[in-house]
Design a protein around this ligand. Structure first.
Ligand SMILES: [Zn+2]
Length: 339
C-alpha cells in the first residue's frame, strides 16, 4: 500500500517520501509522508540507517538528516538508504508511540500490508528495505523515559559468524560503553526481524531524556560515520579508540531479568549513583519517595547483580513496574563470541 517515487535501483542521490495512506476526518486521500534519501554509486554494500523508530529519540534523527545533506554520491561505494524519522507522526509529536494508532514501531514487526500506519511501515521494511540491505542501523536513545550511558548495543544472535560481524561493527561506534541486551518486554522488534533475515544489525542507546548534550550529538554522529566507513559504504579512514588515544570500550551485558530493576511502588525516584558507575550486588541504586507520606521512609532499590549502571529512569515521577535502573556486567570479547 506504500507508494514512493524513490527507485532503489538508480544511482546518484534521490530524496523523496514513503507515502502511507492515512484517511482521517479532515483528509480522505491523505498520506503520512516519511522522508527517505537514497545515495548510490557502483559496487558495495547496502546500508539502511534508521532514526526515530521511537519518535521522541532525536539523536539519530539529527545524525541521519546530516548524512542526507552532507554525503555526496562520490563518497559512497554501494548504497546508503537514509530514513531519519521512521515513525514520523511520533517524531512530530515528540512521543515514543505513534499518535495515529497508539503503536510502538519497535513492537510492530513483521507488520501488515493492510494494517495501521505503523504496521504498514513495519511491513514495508520487512518486505522491501531489509531484503535490499546488507546492514541495518537503528539508532535509539532513552527518549523521554530513560537516560543511558551513550552506547552502541546489540543482541546476542545465535549465528556465530553474524554475531562476530555485529560485534566488530558495534565496537566501531567507538563509544565508551557497548551493551548486550535482552528483550524483557515483548516481541516484534525491528532489529530482531532484520537479524532473522541474516542482516548485520547495529543499534544504539545514545543518552536520553529531553535535553541532549553536544557531546552526545558528537558521539552519535562520529560513531555513525565510523560504522559506515567500517562497513565499506562511506569513503574515509576508520578510526579506532586506540588511535583516538582512548582506553578500550567497556563491553557489558544485561541478559537476565534480575539486571532490570523495576519500581516496587509508585512514587518519586531518586538515583543514588551516577550513570556508568560500578555497583555491587546489594548496593542501593536509588530510592522511591512517597509524596503523600513524608512520615514514611523512602523505599531503597537494591542492585541484584554486580555491574555498571547503564541506564536509569529519566523522569523522577515513577509508577509501580516502571524500569528505574539496569545493571550491566562487564564481559570480554571472547565471552561474547563463544557464549
Ligand atoms: Zn527507542
Amino acid at each position: 500500500m506504500i507508494h514512493t517515487s524513490i527507485d532503489l535501483a538508480r544511482s546518484g542521490k534521490q530524496q523523496g517520501f514513503l507515502q502511507v495512506p492515512y484517511s482521517h476526518n479532515l483528509g480522505g486521500w491523505a498520506n503520512v509522508m516519511v522522508p527517505i534519501t537514497v545515495i548510490a554509486r557502483g559496487e558495495g554494500p547496502t546500508v539502511l540507517c534508521l532514526g526515530g523508530n521511537h519518535g521522541d529519540e532525536y539523536q539519530g534523527q539529527v545524525a541521519i538528516m546530516r548524512l542526507a545533506h552532507e554525503v555526496a554520491p562520490e563518497q559512497v561505494s554501494g548504497r546508503l538508504i537514509l530514513v531519519p524519522s521512521l515513525n514520523m507522526p511520533a517524531a512530530k509529536a515528540a512521543t515514543r508511540l505513534s499518535p495515529l494508532d497508539g503503536m510502538n514501531m519497535n513492537r510492530a514487526f513483521p507488520g501488515h500490508p493492510e494494517g495501521s500506519v505503523t504496521s504498514q511501515i513495519a511491513h514495508y521494511l520487512t518486505t522491501v528495505l531489509f531484503p535490499a540491505s546488507d546492514v541495518v542501523i537503528d539508532i535509539h536513545s532513552g527518549g523521554r523515559s530513560m537516560e543511558f550511558v551513550p552506547c552502541s548495543h546489540m543482541h546476542l544472535v545465535p549465528d556465530k559468524a553474524q554475531r562476530r560481524k555485529m560485534l566488530a561493527a558495534m565496537l566501531a561506534w567507538n563509544s565508551d560503553f557497548s551493551f548486550l541486551y535482552a528483550d524483557i518486554a515483548g516481541t516484534g522488534l525491528l532489529p530482531v526481524e532484520a537479524e532473522n533475515q541474516g542482516k548485520l544489525v547495529i543499534t544504539t542507546e545514545m543518552g536520553g531524556g529531553e535535553g541532549i548534550p553536544a557531546r552526545v550529538h558528537r558521539i552519535t554522529q562520529s560513531g555513525l560515520r565510523n560504522v559506515l566507513i567500517h562497513c565499506g559504504v562511506l569513503a574515509g579512514k576508520e578510526e579506532t579508540r586506540a588511535g583516538l588515544g582512548l582506553p578500550p570500550a567497556i563491553l557489558t551485558q544485561a541478559l537476565h531479568r534480575d539486571d532490570y530493576l523495576l519500581a516496587p511502588e509508585s512514587g518519586v525516584f531518586e538515583v543514588a549513583v551516577d550513570l556508568g558507575e560500578k555497583v555491587r550486588r546489594g548496593d542501593t541504586v536509588g530510592w522511591i519517595h512517597f509524596l503523600e507520606r513524608p512520615d514514611r521512609a523512602a523505599e531503597p532499590i537494591q542492585a541484584r547483580s554486580d555491574g555498571y549502571l547503564i541506564t536509569m529512569r529519566a523522569p523522577c515521577l515513577t509508577s509501580q513496574g516502571d524500569c528505574v535502573a539496569v545493571i550491566a556486567q562487564e564481559v570480554s570479547v571472547d565471552e561474547v563470541l563463544h557464549a
